[in-house]
Design a protein around this ligand. Sequence first.
Ligand code: NAD
Ligand code: DAU
Length: 354
Amino acid sequence: MATIIVTGAAGFIGSNFVHQWIAQESDSVVSLDALTYAGNLANLAPVDADPRHRFVRGDICDEALVARLFAEHRPRAIVHFAAESHVDRSIHGPAEFVRTNVTGTFSLLQSALAHWRGLEGAERDAFRFLHVSTDEVYGSLSPTDPPFAETKAYEPNSPYSASKAAADHLVRAWHHTYGLPVLTTNCSNNYGPYQFPEKLIPLVIHNALAGRPLPIYGDGSNVRDWLYVGDHCRAIRAVLRGGVTGRVYNVGGWNEKTNLEVVHTICDLLDAMRPDPAGPHRRLITYVKDRPGHDRRYAIDARRIAEELGWRPARTFETGIRETVRWYLDNTKWVADVVSGDYRTWVSRNYSDR
Ligand code: NAD
Ligand code: DAU
């Protein structure tokens, strides 16, 4: 049976991807994850008992471990999600972002290259290294700029996006110079189940349910292009199946919203689904000091992936956000567990001086 290796599989998108893969595809999955604060084995509980799934705790920078996994499983692909992913954390502590996102990707590329060079014939032709990246590498748009196409010059503005941009460049170079069959996806903001409550949507749901302030950076008019996580996972599967090696595919929801619109939507859903006797959830909205270097607007032109691979988002924001709020209401134990550790230290670090 064929196998793929998924890095960062215990994180938000990685775990949703593994669930979807096991449900929809036939290959086995080896999930590799260091279980940082963002990684959580409970995210992989739905595939725990599946004989096609194996979890390995480990660091993508550990070349000996990665080489062993390649030798043991002879994967036909590696899907690389592992990263430090939160912009605010990258502002407070960029070093870990350089280590994981840049050095970690470099290390994986080296391991993948050694493995691929040892393959022959059909196995060698079929091998793919799929690098999961972000729209943030393209920089920030004004309200009237066209959305990011794959040809847009890179202009990363945060330590996080700069580290992802560096990784993207390494991936590109390993294809151009060594011929490694790589694919890169650059996706917009995801939301959905299993997202750690440091990112806007789960943070707002979590705080609203506790009656705590809903912090809006600046004036709340920054725009993001929101995509349901399951749609992102389908896009990655489509690129892995049919993408042209060396090519980049932008993935987005055609769904631009201001942060204030998103927060209003969540408040109104909670008013209907879990009314608060103290009053409408919008009363908790609190404007706080802006994020340094805060990108104004992201928007993705997702025409290439639609035209070449037939992928389009299936969920509307209205259905996706409703399901997401429902998920957080139904999974209070998951939330309680993930906010029990260092979470409070992070919240006080990021919000106390705002
Ligand atoms: P996440 O922070 O939820 O998960 C990251 C996972 O990587 C965690 O499980 C963590 O334990 C693991 N990890 C971190 N360092 C590691 C290391 N050195 N070795 C092995 N594992 C390690 O992130 P996410 O939101 O699921 O994002 C996944 C990927 O998708 C990232 O590469 C991110 O840049 C990209 N992306 C995210 C979004 C989004 O909206 N969340 C959008 C576009 C692209
Ligand atoms: O665009 C893709 C990127 O989306 C991914 O590459 C990143 O991994 C992911 O974290 C996300 O980055 P953002 O910075 O856009 O996401 P975040 O949820 O942190 O913030 C979304 C918007 O909400 C942003 O404009 C900042 C704002 N915000 C965020 C938080 C946490 C607030 O106003 N208040 C908050 O407390």
